[in-house]
Design a protein around this ligand. Structure first.
Ligand SMILES: *Cc1c(COP(=O)(O)O)cnc(C)c1O
Length: 378
């Protein structure tokens, strides 16, 4: 379907299209590769990677994932408001002041240090038969460095974890996070997985009901753990490439905006803040209703591309907060749709290509899309 025929409101100046069938297909692919017995903890943090958590859940929920992963307390509370019955796990270390709210709401915190474990223990005290044990996950640092109990010091912290499980807490899961599973060279990722596997195998007290997991999207599709019974895919579900030619994601997001003005300008006419572009000849400039205030990276000015009138057109000058100008030929007029990420007919600007032009990664492009852009399901 060409973008001109998509069900957007003619009033919309710019929007994000979210292809729910593509999310579902990417999720099914993870399940197929990881194995049907492996539990899916689908990561929906940062408002479903910027695509709108309600939208992406419309695609994910029917697939019956085991649970959901978020980064913050507020994100977890939002999922609860949506009425999700599956377990919701919070994956960043929480400020101690948020722990009571987190466990009180039934969200499952990740614990990376003994102080937090003790703080949770105080919330469980005194343990009583009439109250359910408080579930928590343990993060193990195998090289990511940002959180987790240190792998090499398990002799110190593991007995404390076990003690906590006899004092009103319940070990819900244990996990680590891979730093390079999307790199061409998988040596370091394999080393992380095997050291995690060794820890899990050697640690007494991890029953079959404990969630054991180490794989992000790339790990889910490219690596095998001997102990894991779950995976935590994120970016791949939303169309992000994970460095595996055997598993290209189906594109999910398109960023589009309308032409709001078209003008013919004489040679030498200057454009944008700093007048960093000047017309080389008589040119047609189309002003498009999207800017860095919508999340279009400003660094794409004089550098990035868009698709207008069925072909690639260059972004001219600096991107403004609300407006971006592209050079077009005669067949583009006011109201036409310009694509900044995604496909239009034969032409395509992949998420990866746009991210590379913006010197960043697809994750940052998606999560940077601002609330000004409606998320439209297609
Ligand atoms: C974001 C995140 C994931 C998902 O990673 P992707 O690369 O998006 O698949 C998995 N686990 C944790 C702890 C995360 O923070």
């Amino acid at each position: 379907m060409s973008p001109a025929h998509r069900p957007t409101h003619p009033r919309d100046r710019a929007w994000v299209e979210v292809d729910l069938a593509a999310i579902r297909r990417n999720l099914d692919r993870v399940r197929e590769v990881a194995g049907a017995q492996v539990k899916l903890v689908t990561m929906v943090k940062a408002d479903g990677y910027g695509l709108g958590v309600r939208r992406v859940l419309e695609a994910i929920r029917p697939a019956g994932p085991f649970g959901y992963g978020v980064a913050t307390l507020d994100e977890g509370l939002e999922l609860l408001r949506l009425g999700l019955p599956e377990p919701i796990m919070v994956y960043t270390p929480l400020p101690h002041g948020s722990l009571a709210r987190c466990v009180g709401a039934g969200l499952i915190p990740a614990v990376s240090d003994l102080d937090t474990l003790a703080a949770l223990g105080r919330l469980a005290a005194p343990p009583s038969a009439s109250r359910d044990a408080i579930p928590f996950q343990i993060e193990v640092d195998t090289g990511m460095g940002r959180a987790g109990f240190h792998l090499g010091e398990a002799a110190t912290w593991w007995p404390e974890v076990m003690r906590a499980t006899r004092a009103g807490l319940r070990l819900f899961g244990i996990f680590t996070h891979l730093h390079s599973a999307d790199h061409p060279e998988l040596g370091s990722a394999r080393a992380q997985v095997s050291s995690f596997d060794r820890l899990v195998r050697d640690a007494a007290g991890i029953g079959p009901d404990v969630l054991v997991h180490c794989a992000n999207s790339a790990g889910s599709l490219r690596l095998v753990s001997r102990t894991a019974n779950a995976v935590r895919p994120g970016i791949y579900l939303y169309g992000g490439d994970i460095g595996d030619p055997a598993n290209p994601p189906r594109p999910v997001a398109a960023v589009r905006a309308r032409v709001v003005l078209v003008r013919e300008v004489p040679p030498g006419a200057t454009l944008g803040y700093g007048a960093t572009y000047a017309a080389r000849a008589t040119e047609r400039w189309a002003a498009v209703g999207i800017g860095y205030g919508d999340g279009l990276p400003r660094v794409l000015g004089n550098r990035g591309w868009a698709i207008a009138g069925g072909s690639r057109v260059p972004i001219l000058g600096r991107i403004s907060m609300d407006t971006t100008v592209v050079r077009v030929s005669g067949d583009v007029s006011v109201g036409d749709i310009v694509t900044f990420v995604g496909r239009d007919g034969e032409a395509e600007l992949s998420l990866e290509e746009v991210a590379e032009s913006a010197r960043t990664i697809g994750y940052e492009i998606l999560t940077g899309l601002s609330s000004r852009l409606p998320r439209v399901r297609i």
